[in-house]
Design a protein around this ligand. Structure first.
Ligand SMILES: [Zn+2]
Length: 494
């Protein structure tokens, strides 16, 4: 491939769109009473309905409708007063009924938007629709090297997942983001995941497949009146892959067009290891699925009062939280993104609630603690230190009992299980030496040992005092207040 991303963007305008599937966290499946727990023995959570046995009839899970309305409202959508499920007909071994109950031309939620922040800028991503359907089972291809069906000796099917409620959230095409397209796509999925998490409707674990994205990408010559042919990259299963998939398709399509070729409308697979997509199958058209209204289910007509009560029950959404924290903590958008990217928002908010200043709380969680979490491959929220502990350390610094260096030692010790900050300070005698007479003794020693420096200071070169301060800090093993030491040094030599 010979076209770089920068070259492609000099010439072409990208447009992308995302279809995100989210498994809802209901206790039971969409149309039967089977439980939905992840990771059970294969085919233990099944019944005649989700196995598609003759004569079984589906019944809609009310909680799944409620969750979908919640999602629609959080995404600023209109909620249909009346809608129907539809049959989407296709054959695949992981679909026991040979059709999937989905929604087609009558989705539950339509025409909304989600604002996402990228590099301090806000991009509004339009939401085309949010609809409800059932998940398929899972095929396991055994005996091949790759786990794919090609080369496998035989395949097994697990129907535990068949019938789990699945919400599909489809964006409108997003034009005009140019170089930022991959980043905006990633930011959208991140924001969407945060919204869904705040709604508590799904565990949104991309690595377990409870949230999966298909990424549509097209490019056209800059200034062209029409958009190019789009490809659909399937099952992109991490935030980073969303960004890479868009970027790689832009580069590939630019190369195809530059070579005089034509982009084919098709499904493509993203490969995590190489970061490129390869051709899958040519894309089906809607008519291939022979949709028709599901005859075994009554229409869904959510009562307006019920919708309003769901709206009233919505929690604070991430965008509102962002606005509130930026305002009350005097943050820039970039400061906020740094906190969110470090997944430290909850910890910092709890630390502020425990009495620390927002600046102190941010400082500790983004420096020492973020580094420690990174080193141990965990989330900051999983570190063995509480927001109250961090607030206490900040208070000890503010009171002059600890300096920053000692505070770092205290935090390390708390993380290592040595007790609360106060217990660590007591056990290790870590408090700052505030007794001037003890400091003066150390200062006098430093002065005696550094006569050349003393001469410089007396000459008016006050910054040379740093050497003496350093000597005192060393002599007290970091337990002195450096600012106080400097004042005392200058007083002594005045
Ligand atoms: Zn079932």
């Amino acid at each position: 491939m010979t076209v770089t991303y920068e070259e492609a963007l000099q010439k072409y305008e990208p447009v992308f769109g995302l279809e995100t599937h989210v498994e809802l966290g209901t206790l039971t499946k969409m149309f039967c009473g089977c439980i939905t727990t992840f990771g059970a023995e294969p085919n233990t959570h099944t019944c005649p309905v989700c196995l598609g046995l003759p004569g079984s009839l589906p019944v809609v899970n009310e909680r799944a409708i409620e969750y979908t309305i919640k999602i629609g409202l959080a995404l600023n959508c209109s909620i249909a007063a009346w809608c129907r499920f539809a049959r989407k007909n296709y054959f695949y071994p992981d679909m026991p009924k040979n059709f999937q109950i989905s929604q087609y031309d009558e989705p539950l939620c339509t025409d909304g938007y989600l604002d996402v922040a990228v590099g301090g800028k806000t991009v509004r991503v339009g939401i085309e629709r949010v609809h409800l359907e059932e998940d398929t089972g899972k095929s396991l291809h055994v005996g091949g090297a790759t786990g794919r069906i090609q080369g496998a000796e035989y395949s097994l099917v697990d129907y535990n997942r068949a019938g789990i409620p699945l919400v599909e959230i489809v964006t409108k095409p997003v034009p005009g983001t140019r170089f930022l397209a991959p980043e905006v796509a990633k930011a959208y999925v991140t924001e969407l995941r945060d919204v869904l998490r705040s709604l508590d409707v799904s565990d949104v674990r991309m690595e377990e497949g409870s949230m999966r994205c298909d990424v549509n990408t097209s490019i056209s010559l800059i200034g062209s009146a029409t958009w190019g042919t789009r490809t659909e990259t399937k099952n992109v299963n991490s935030l980073r892959s969303v960004e890479r998939a868009v970027r790689s398709e832009i580069e590939r399509q630019a190369w195809v067009l530059d070579e005089g070729g034509r982009v084919i409308q098709e499904t493509r697979h993203f490969h995590e290891d190489t970061g490129v997509t390869t051709s899958g199958r040519s894309k089906e058209e809607a008519q291939d699925y022979r949709y028709f209204p599901e005859p075994d289910l009554v229409p869904v007509a959510p009562d307006a009062d019920w919708v309003e009560s769901i709206r009233a029950s919505l929690p604070e959404l991430p965008s509102a939280r962002r606005a509130r924290l930026i305002e009350s903590w005097s943050l820039s958008e970039l400061d906020f993104e740094a906190l969110r990217n470090a997944r430290a928002l909850d910890a910092v908010e709890a630390t502020v609630a425990a009495g620390a200043s927002p600046a102190d709380a941010r400082k500790w969680w983004l420096s020492e603690l973020a580094r420690r979490a990174n080193d141990s491959g965990t989330e900051v929220s999983e570190l063995p230190i509480t927001p109250a502990d961090v607030a206490r350390v900040a208070a000890l610094v503010a009171a002059g009992t600890l300096n920053d260096q000692l505070a770092r030692q205290v935090i390390e010790a708390v993380l290592d299980g040595e007790g609360t900050p106060d217990e660590v300070v007591a056990a290790r005698s870590l408090a700052v030496v505030s007794d001037d007479s003890a400091l003066l003794a150390a200062i006098d020693e430093a002065i005696a040992a550094n006569q050349d420096v003393v001469a410089k200071i007396r000459d008016g070169r006050v910054q040379a005092a740093g050497v003496l301060v350093g000597a005192v800090m060393k002599a007290t093993r970091g337990k002195a207040d450096a600012a106080r030491v400097k004042d005392l040094v200058l007083e002594r030599l005045a």
